[in-house]
Design a protein around this ligand. Structure first.
Ligand code: SF4
Length: 336
């Protein structure tokens, strides 16, 4: 564990949504989209957040940015508790925490030029004169690999990869420290994915950015992440550095995710073949005990009754599984 102070820390974060149930919608319940997750991201670090669709990873990213209000828990940015700040008090933090969205087709306003889209955060935050903002837009276009004259074109005139470059330029406009990347390449062709991942990596090195990188694709996660957290039904089930996760995964769910990826796409060695049975259970009616017990090939009686805590099995390698119960339960996973 290094002495580096985390840029952002999340403690026991929960986000529950009310749902109506029953034929006439008269019953009520709650979706535990994010159910008590803790992690930290260091300056210049990428934490990958991976899991199947509906596991809560995107909600976790949005709650971290306060785009949805957490139900419980705490978010600290540079040591300051920002969990319950009102919008005026959040404004300076919003400059430092940005987002790149999944779908570059849907996330850009079709009625604005690419230049206006990139300039808009500067206008909202009243940064610089009009001339200074134009200079910044030109600089950002060049930095993300677009030609400055392309700022006069509209989103439909760009390819998918170019639109994601516009989204990245917009996210960079206010010189943030943290960017939540929500499935930023999943809508793109594989060859374009590599270009965008390389751009994000170069920008991180140049600008010292931290990323929370949300994705379902383990090959993408392996390429960009320093550490990886695996989520299942709202909880983190394994959190460790990239090498440990891909070479010595400990949680049966991680093993199953890895065994589903073609061997050429990830560098997992000596992995076991674990085939998942059944679908992901409904987040409204989650299985008791370990939520994974309905699909886990190693499930035993205790798994149905008792929820496993996230524990440090080795230095920096946390896992929530009764097969690895030796270590102390840790409330917070700190960055390395
Ligand atoms: Fe499988 Fe039990 Fe471990 Fe859950 S706690 S992952 S059901 S062995």
């Amino acid at each position: 564990m290094s002495a580096t102070a985390p840029l952002v820390e999340v403690r026991d974060l929960r986000k529950h949504f009310p749902v109506r149930r029953g034929l006439f919608g008269t019953g009520s319940g709650q979706v535990h989209a994010v159910d008590g997750i803790s992690f930290a991201v260091a300056p210049g670090e990428t934490l990958g957040l991976v899991g199947e669709s509906g596991c809560g990873k995107s909600t976790a990213g949005r709650a971290l940015l306060r785009l949805v209000q957490p139900s419980e828990g705490e978010i600290r940015f540079r040591g300051h508790d920002i969990t319950r700040l009102n919008e005026p008090a959040m404004l300076p933090y919003r400059r430092s925490m940005q987002m790149i969205q999944q779908d570059p087709y849907a996330s850009l306003n079709p009625r604005m030029t690419a230049g206006e889209i990139v300039e808009e955060p500067l206008v909202i935050h009243r940064m610089g004169s009009r001339v200074e903002r134009q200079e910044r837009v030109v600089q950002l276009f060049e930095r993300v690999g677009l030609r400055p004259e392309q700022r006069h074109a509209y989103p439909h005139e760009f390819s998918g990869g170019q639109r994601q470059r516009i989204g990245i330029a917009r996210a960079l406009a206010l010189s943030p420290a943290l960017i939540v990347c929500d499935e930023p390449v999943s809508a793109l062709d594989v060859s374009i994915q590599a270009q965008i991942i390389n751009l994000l990596t170069d920008l991180q090195e140049e600008l010292g950015l931290s990323y929370l990188f949300v994705a379902h694709d383990l090959a993408v996660i392996e390429h960009i992440s320093h550490r990886v957290a695996v989520m299942y039904l709202g909880r983190i089930v394994e959190l460790t550095d990239r090498t440990s996760l891909f070479e010595t995964p400990l949680h049966p769910y991680t093993e199953a995710l890895l065994s589903a990826v073609p061997i050429a796409r990830v560098s997992a060695r000596g992995r076991k073949r674990v085939v998942l049975s059944g679908d992901v259970p409904s987040p409204v009616n989650r299985p008791s005990g370990c939520h994974f017990h309905t699909r886990c090939p190693y499930a035993h009686a205790r798994c149905r009754l008792e929820e496993p805590a996230l524990r440090a099995v080795r230095d920096g390698h946390l896992v929530a599984c009764h097969l690895h119960d030796a270590g102390p339960a840790l409330p917070l996973a700190r960055p390395h």
